[in-house]
Design a protein around this ligand. Sequence first.
Ligand SMILES: [Zn+2]
Length: 614
Amino acid sequence: MSHGTELSVELTGGLLHDWQQRNRQATIPHAITELRKAGNLENLRRLADPSVGPYRGRYPFLDTDLYKTLEGLAYEVDRDDAPAGAREFYDEVVELLEQAQADDGYLNSYFQDPDQPKQPWSDLGWGHELYNLGHLIQAAVAARRRLSDGRLLTIARRFADLVVEKYGDHGEEVVDGHPEVEMALVELYRETGDEDYLTQARLFVDRRGRGKLKHTIFPGEYFQDHVPFRELPSVTGHAVRMAYLAAGAADVHLETGDPTLLAALERLWDDMVATKLYLTGGLGSRHSDEAIGDRYELPSERAYAETCAAIATMQWAWRMFRATGKASYLDVYETVLYNAYAVGLSADGTAFFYDNPLQRRPDHEQRSGAEDGGELLRRSWFGCPCCPPNIIRWMSELQDHVALHRDDTLYVGIYADARVTTEDLTVTVTTNYPWDGEITLTVEDAPAEERAIALRIPRWASDAQLDGQSVDAGWAVTTRNFKRGDVLRLTLPMAPRAHGSHPYLDATRGAIAVARGPLVYCVEQQDSAAPVDDLLLTPTAVTKAIARRQDDHLVLELTAGIAPAPPPELYPVLTEQTPGSAIDEVPVTFVPYFLWGNRQALAMRVWLRTERED
Ligand SMILES: [Zn+2]
């Protein structure tokens, strides 16, 4: 398929719009306060003024917290309802970056620190210098496109040009320990037309897995550096690194058309979806090395599923959709968006999960990532705060991942109240999605010529109807001479679903999870009179669940069985007696998974025990 053409999308109402409002009103002002408190600005300021004090924090990638926030702010600071203090913060950081950049273009406040014993470029495995550059580029491109402010782009190009000179076609053959710069360099190529940046991105993808990195604490697999990208047998190693690398490789494919990259990406994606992704779309099952884990290794209570990995998976999914046109990539995108990503942020927008488990045991002490102690649920910031500013920039960019226009077809893939405009077609989308599945698309403006509008039918939507006709999962395409006032009416049935697990998935084999539309649901102890560990569900009970409005969302009310008292032994000897059935029933309320953990820290389950149905 050809690349997309000009398209603008504005989210005008509904859940995604409310999330963006919350981002402006709560999350961004909160992040600005936290970034100032954490010393991210001082780390830049001290390069010109050593009296500011020593480097704050212990990681060499803390500048990226600023870059990701700037990337989000590029979408926000010019709005009438811009976040409080955002413009001042944006300008202050840009000016600090201008002052901090070294004469040769290098920029990293950790390595430029005069007291830092390590020299720049001396530790590409752990130094994150190109990862830093990647996030700088993405902020710079966003600022250029959204604000017509080229200051960051000037800084980013100077740094990128230094990298091309050092590590380009004729330079040293290295890669960074943390992929990210690949996506960014392709974007820089798109913005500037300078092919050196595309070449550099391709080189970084191609060089990986050929022993270019020094592996110290972590094995090569952690960095996806044990085999070349095209030969990777499965998504593996550090989850965020893997998904950023794949998204970058997809970008290289989008610009070069390299079929060997696409073949590897499709194979890796299909394997991930079939064996390594949580029901919520979370990626990464191991706290150890923040790794993806083996096939079917998907424990609920120790799920890692880092919020950044969710964002990276969405970035990869969107690029796969662009590369292939297949709706199935957006099915996964949507699952991640409403579950694994959204759960990373508190309902009030000022507290964050780093890892996103699917179960909380009553006596669990939440420990996020490498952090010690702290709050039992989400916390206001982290010593390694990669996730919060990543949430911010992605919230600001939600409208960029709703629709695509190419080959005279407008693809609407994510449903929300929105106004979608191509060069000659304007439509408005009206819906209460994801709370209900009625979606109305009204044509506001259309050319005399024929156009096509493609609407995504999610795989879960059996019996979907478009203008009264049954439509199958995939794209439902309507081609005609659209006129102003034409309406397309899509109905996606939202019956509650009971999900099981693949038989090899030991952690949840035989258990049931509840979903409705794109949302995974869970039960928190507050909403059950019986301990959540003793609840028994049946598929029939799930299909009889009643959806009820509560505050601004829908809960599901159903009747669960209560299991008899468990045997006292951890490992009882089995007899031929049939397992006991429920001794009683209890009403239980399920809440959307993304909303769990906004009350007192009690037990929570996505997967529940089952009762045999006779
Ligand atoms: Zn993170």
